[in-house]
Design a protein around this ligand. Sequence first.
Ligand code: SF4
Length: 186
Amino acid sequence: MRNNTLIYTCCAPCALPILDYFKNNGNISDISLFFFNSNILSEEEYDKRLENVWKVAEIYMVDLLEEEYNHLDWLRFLNGKLKDLETYKENGLRCQFCFEYRLEKSIKFAKDNGFDSFCSTLQTNLYKDTEFIIKKTKELCKKYGLEFVDIPLDKKEAYQKGVLLCKEFDIYRQKFCGCEFSFKNK
Ligand code: SF4
């Protein structure tokens, strides 16, 4: 039985300030990253983001686990919940279901693989509805019997730290959230 924390990881720029925080304040040896991002519009973009998360994992010497990319499954899930996906603004209902899809599968993965606590890079994202994300994550952690890990970073400071660390380590910073709907609005 592993006794550690799985961090759902949307991308390298968001992972950097969190890994930096755990390195300075927590126990980074207890951390594994989990890359599960079927929301990304194409395999090319997916591979680019994953490659940069691998870079970050190597720099901080943490494990990186990944789940298969399946954009159709993500679309099917969202289409089962909402009509006209392209009409929603970022952080609206479409994004809420997208967060739920990624978080629930990740928390289930954590449970099935013996992790005992969970958090996500989404929790400190400057551009996301972190209030909703934290509430949903707590709810899902409770459902699957995992401990929720709070990340006490200021969103603005985390963003700025991420920008600096990306420059330092030459990490790709994408210009849109991930799906085809966010790509159109970039
Ligand atoms: S904009 Fe981002 S969070 Fe919203 S649905 Fe698209 S990928 Fe998901």
